[in-house]
Design a binder for this molecule. Structure first.
Ligand code: ACO
Length: 399
């Protein structure tokens, strides 16, 4: 075991590491990634096994508490989450202050910041009971807030959560149900969404999780830290890539440009255009999540009887890129975001909701990291160094 205590003292040496490519900011027991081998494990369990035979709630428990729950623990967790789905009526009014054109990622991050004002006494990071309650509140309420952000963009009335339904079915009903008609649960959609949430549930020290940790390291509460994480996730180089992929595919289709020509433009870095949904800081062989999502995309579209030309376009793009030296040399492969958008679209979600779905999936990972950090005696406030390259000392002109 490595004694890191000496490394937490200032040594007088500073390493310049843009993008933290070589710097570990913490130890963690939550998620293991081997980028060369394409391995991802939550608490030791392979992502493939979790995706095929676990559920999002079970995985949430696993990430947060470190072990698989017993049947009783899982039932109690599920029950507690169902009991905390309601939003205060005042928080519901908060949505009306925002324009219906607001991006749902901005809506949910603002709403989570606002949520802390309802539980000000309950957000103390040093009170384990309150941390427990806040964990449940966040897991219960983020999906409701997300569904309301969606409804708001459509100009439709908010539905009350139906707590007789399981987590995912309730969420789907709040998004696609209306006051006028009963909502029919489609088990294919529920299963597919649950699996996608599992695949997104954690990914060690990615940009948004590092943000949650950095904000949390100041002693900020869980609501504030998660809200910051959502903002970090929104960027197109991170979670926002799933939205950007669909936009890219739509643009290729609408422009009539051939896929080959588009790939040439990417390689020539024309106007900084990138192949969205490709490449990863850690995976240099393949992203194991992308493999599962691709299979799932085929299954879901087939089960729903949908044939989407954008899926065919995505496959053609992948094929061309994988055979091209530019992508091979740089070890660029599809990441988790490349095929998710096609599934979300088939489910009926508008493109702007895609990253919101990612945020719901990532929530248990963020919470697990925030809690791990707050119980680690070696945690210090995060404070990167810089190398100053500005002007030397100088005097203001005489005035
Ligand atoms: N398309 C074209 N070229 C790419 C791409 C891409 N998607 N990704 C990387 N490259 C090129 C870079 O231009 C660079 O080329 P160069 O050596 O000629 O300058 C080389 O590959 C290395 O790329 P870096 O930017 O150094 O890789 P980094 O690890 O910093 O970035 C990232 C990783 C941000 C994911 C990048 O691959 C990217 O922008 N991908 C597209 C956006 C995306 O899909 N993001 C989602 C990531 S997964 C997630 O957050 C859930």
């Amino acid at each position: 075991s490595l004694d890191v205590s000496s490394l937490t003292k200032q040594t007088g040496y500073t390493a310049l590491d843009y993008g933290f490519v070589n710097t570990a900011a913490t130890k963690s027991k939550i998620t293991y990634i081997d980028g060369e081998q394409g391995i991802l494990r939550y608490r030791g369990y392979p992502i493939e096994q979790l995706a095929s035979s676990s559920t999002y709630l079970e995985v949430s428990w696993l990430l947060i508490y470190g072990e698989l729950p017993t049947a009783d623990q899982l039932a109690e967790f599920d029950e507690k989450i169902r009991r905390h789905t309601l939003l205060h009526e005042d928080l519901k009014r908060f949505f009306s202050a925002l324009p219906h054109t607001a991006h749902p990622m901005s809506v949910i991050s603002s709403a989570l910041s606002a949520l802390s004002t309802f539980y000000e006494n309950g957000a103390n990071p040093n009170d384990p009971e309150q941390v427990e309650l806040t964990t449940i509140r966040l897991l219960a309420k983020l999906p409701i807030i997300a569904a309301y952000a969606h409804k708001k963009s459509l100009g439709q009335a908010f539905l009350y959560p139906d707590n007789s339904l399981n987590f995912v079915d309730n969420f789907l009903k709040l998004n696609f149900g209306t006051m006028a008609e009963p909502y029919e649960i489609d088990p294919v959609l529920s299963k597919a969404l649950d699996r996608l949430l599992i695949l997104h549930a954690d990914h060690e020290q990615n940009a948004s999780t590092s943000t949650v940790r950095l904000v949390g390291s100041t002693g900020a509460n869980l609501y504030a830290s998660i809200s910051a994480g959502i903002n970090a996730l929104s960027g197109p180089l991170h979670g926002g890539a799933n939205e950007a992929v669909l936009q890219m595919l739509g643009q290729i289709r609408d422009s009539g440009e051939s896929v080959q020509r588009f790939v040439e433009r990417v390689k020539n870095k024309e106007d900084g255009v990138k192949l969205m949904g490709f490449g990863h800081r850690v995976y240099k062989n393949y992203d194991p999540r992308a493999k599962i999502v691709k299979e799932s995309a085929d299954e879901v579209l087939q089960a729903l009887g949908i044939s989407d030309p954008l899926l065919d376009l995505a496959k053609e793009l992948e094929q061309i890129a994988l055979e091209d030296d530019y992508f091979k040399e740089r070890k660029l492969y599809p990441n988790v975001d490349f095929y998710t958008g096609v599934i979300y679209k088939a489910m009926g979600f508008p493109t702007r909701m895609f990253t919101v779905l990612f945020a719901i999936g990532r929530l248990p990972g963020w919470v697990a990291h925030w809690r791990e950090m707050n119980t680690d005696p070696q945690t210090k406030i995060g404070r990167p160094q810089q190398l100053y390259i500005g002007s030397g000392a100088r005097d203001l002109p005489q005035r």
